[in-house]
Design a protein around this ligand. Structure first.
Ligand code: ADP
Ligand code: ZN
Length: 742
């Protein structure tokens, strides 16, 4: 009866090593269940201590002498396609590269646990006669009953859906079923995925010769099959999307699946519409805002190969691909691809690794490629595919710098006289203006006019940001790092002065106020992630594209991806903001952001221009920007990075030590510093208090590791940390290829 006892007697018996999605280093060994066959990669349920956990069978092997004498059996094998070997190797690679445990990485790959269970079959209800016929037959027919019957005439629907769509309670549906007017019919367990056309040529747009060449180069990579990376490097509005759609068409024609990655959820809606318009089929959507039922449906559909195209945020990398044929990473330069919590992975880099493991082509698309990708193209590791012209009559905007030292805005305003004049002209022609300021809220700082006290977050070493336009909140202070919120006090907490707390500097809300003062007749919309989200944001974007407003005041939310045909003037309020950080990529980021936001202008028939306000018009970056001379900027940036040994010429990693007990954090950092291994290649700098020294109540210190490209930073970190035992109150975070230096 008890198979476990039998197995312990058989030295040749097979056992399974199962990896649970937990922060544990290694798989656990289990006995195979008696009756069912278990394949490597199978999703299973196993007992783990007092609990049950989901896991993946990492290997099935012969029992060894050092295995525990008694093994628990696997409790359940899910009826779900097993994880192929390449995906298990992919998990191991991510774990190894980012110095995380495989269990924690596996967690990323279990985007829907519900999907592992076969969905229950559903019952639909179909009307057996029309409402009029029912009335003639002597049934009592209310308006509500009529609506239900009319809906259920066309096709059977689940009771809940029927009630919802008819706007009635479930009891009305039940009453009709009891009266025999609705009859049950089995429904497929889930809504089916649409089929993709075999021939995608019918809906193909006519491409320009330059686009045609680029599309052919990308489609060739797909047809050749195998791993490759192409950098699709094309100016804003050159039709990169149309061009990589051709590579997608090639992959779809071969029966393969396509992953299209975007850096932000706000962009997915527009891309889903564009894919649907090009191919006539709506793709699946995958990101953190997708609800659990839909997640399960997508996850299963991808595993079974029925979902052919997924438009996704970076977590789409970890879907259970059945026959992936192409990975596209749009806006590849975006730092939003970097995950900052849990396993801090770089989505673009991990996409390249996905392509390598799955042995499929990868396309990285951008108007402002990352220096990393440009250097890879230069070294011949990536194919470089370029688009140099905007599509149609659209031309690239003229960029002009405004020297804020000479052209000073009036007190408590931020739009300089030349920008004001340009905006007035643009508005008078009935065209749209975008004022770009990468700062949420009303004012970044609130200061006491009596004593100079600045309002700081009680949990973080940061200033509280003043907000005025958040729904129903009135004047309030918000910490952008921990979310701590409080009403704006009327008394200074330091000196007690009444009504002397004043906002300093602008955020988008305050800038919108200035715009309303200057152009009282203009329709103005302020856009930032905390003012509009989800469906409201998608609608606002669509409204803007249709010309429903004259002035857009926005953060980086509006800087990329969107297509506003009537927008012809972009005014950058403060180009120097991103330069003031300790980030080695500060110059590159500023370049990308300013080039992208300038590129919002003149995408339609009328020419566009960008006016950029800066205190630093003489620095090479600004000069190159005004001259539209990307090459000049890149040459200079590469030289600076090479001289400093910074990526892509050198490698970086960070270790962040944090805890609520300041002394414990400091003391452990000192222990770490003493235990620092000697190395010829790796330089471990620090410890130093982080620029944000306190975050969410935790004190933070940093080490920065630096080495040449061939340095094994991960090996160094493992050797360093292995003998160390941080106290329970202290947390270590390892950040390989860091993008955040705060
Ligand atoms: P990018 O991604 O390079 O910024 P898009 O692919 O968004 O550029 O193209 C910009 C605009 O031009 C879009 O509205 C797109 O539909 C249109 N467009 C580009 N190429 C073509 C083409 N060959 N035929 C029709 N419309 C095109
Ligand atoms: Zn805070």
């Amino acid at each position: 009866m008890n198979s476990s006892r039998q197995q312990t007697k058989q030295p040749d018996a097979l056992v399974a090593d199962v990896l649970p999605p937990l922060k544990l280093a290694h798989p656990f060994t289990y006995q195979l269940p008696g009756e069912q066959e278990v394949h490597e990669g199978a999703f299973v349920r196993v007992p783990l201590g007092p609990r049950q956990e989901i896991g993946v069978v990492w290997s099935v092997r012969k029992r060894r002498a050092d295995d525990p004498a008694r093994l628990k059996p696997i409790a359940e094998v899910f009826d779900f396609p097993p994880m192929p070997t390449w995906r298990r190797r992919f998990i191991e690679w991510v774990a190894d590269y980012y110095v995380a445990t495989p269990g924690l990485v596996l967690k990323l790959f279990l985007g829907s646990r519900d999907a592992l269970r076969t969905p229950k079959t559903r019952t639909g209800w179909r009307a057996v006669m029309t409402p009029d016929e029912a009335a003639v037959a002597g049934h009592r027919m209310t308006e509500q009953r009529r609506r239900v019957l009319a809906l259920a005439l066309e096709r059977p629907l689940p009771a809940a859906e029927l009630a919802e769509r008819a706007g009635v309670s479930r009891s009305v549906v039940q009453g009709l079923a009891d009266a025999g007017l609705l009859t049950p019919e089995p429904l497929p367990a889930e809504e089916e995925w649409p089929a993709w056309p075999g021939d995608m040529a019918a809906t193909r747009p006519a491409l320009t010769p330059e686009q045609e060449r680029a599309a052919a180069a990308l489609a060739r990579r797909v047809e050749e099959g195998g791993f490759s990376v192409s950098l699709l490097d094309g100016v804003t509005g050159s039709g990169k999307t149309e061009v990589y759609f051709e590579a997608m068409a090639a992959a779809l024609a071969r029966g393969n699946q396509v992953l299209l990655l975007l850096p932000e959820i706000a962009l997915t809606g527009g891309f889903i519409r564009r894919v649907a318009a090009r191919f006539g089929v709506t793709p699946a959507e995958w990101h953190s805002d997708v609800g659990p039922a839909q997640r399960a449906r997508v996850f299963r559909g991808v595993a079974e190969g029925r979902v052919r195209v997924v438009v996704a945020a970076r977590s789409g990398l970890f879907l259970p691909w059945r026959n992936l044929g192409l990975v596209v990473v749009d806006e590849e330069h975006e730092s939003a691809y970097k995950q900052e919590s849990g396993v801090p992975y770089q989505g673009r880099d991990t996409a390249v690794m996905l392509g390598r493991q799955a042995n499929v082509p990868v396309i990285l698309a951008s108007a402002t490629p990352s220096l990393e990708s440009l250097v890879n193209a230069e070294r011949g590791r990536y194919h470089h595919v370029r688009l140099t012209e905007r599509f149609g009559p659209a031309r690239l905007p003229d960029i002009t710098l405004i020297d804020l030292k000479k052209e000073r805005p009036e007190p408590r305003s931020w739009i300089s006289p030349p920008l004001t004049q340009a905006a007035t002209e643009t508005l008078s022609r009935g065209e749209q203006v975008l004022f770009f300021l990468n700062r949420r809220g009303y004012a970044p700082l609130t200061i006491c006019r009596a004593c100079g006290h600045r309002l700081q977050c009680p949990h973080c070493a940061t200033w509280m940001v003043q907000h005025r336009a958040l729904a129903g909140a009135g004047e309030m202070l918000l910490c952008h790092h921990c979310g701590h919120a409080m009403p704006l006090p009327s008394i200074c907490p330091e000196c007690g002065a009444q009504e002397r707390l004043a906002p300093v500097g602008p955020g988008v809300e305050r800038l919108a106020e200035e715009a309303a003062r200057r152009w009282p007749d203009a329709r103005i919309i302020a856009l930032s992630s905390d003012l509009l989200q989800g469906a409201a944001l998608k609608k606002a974007m669509a409204d803007i594209a249709e010309g429903a407003c004259d002035i857009i005041v926005g953060t980086q939310l509006v800087a990329k991806g969107h297509h506003f045909p009537n927008l012809t003037l972009v005014g950058v309020i403060d180009a120097d903001l991103a330069l003031e950080t300790a980030d080695p990529r500060a110059g590159e980021r500023t370049w990308q952001l300013l080039a992208q936001v300038s590129g919002r202008a003149g995408r339609g028939a009328r020419p566009g221009r960008a006016l950029i306000q800066t205190h630093l018009p003489e620095v090479p970056l600004m000069r190159a920007l005004a001259a539209c001379d990307r090459e000049a900027f890149i040459v200079q940036e590469k030289a600076a990075r090479r001289a400093a040994g910074m990526p892509p010429y050198g490698r970086l990693a960070a270790i962040i030590v944090s805890g609520r007990d300041e002394e414990a954090v400091r003391a452990f950092c000192m222990d770490m510093a003493r235990a620092r291994p000697a190395s010829r290649l790796v330089l471990a700098l620090g410890p130093a208090p982080a620029p944000i020294e306190r975050l969410r109540g935790r004190w933070r210190w940093r080490f920065l590791l630096k080495g040449p490209r061939n340095a094994d930073l991960q090996g160094y970190i493992r050797a360093w940390l292995r003998p160390l035992r941080p106290p329970a109150s202290v947390t270590l975070e390892i950040d390989i290829d860091p993008y955040n230096f705060l």
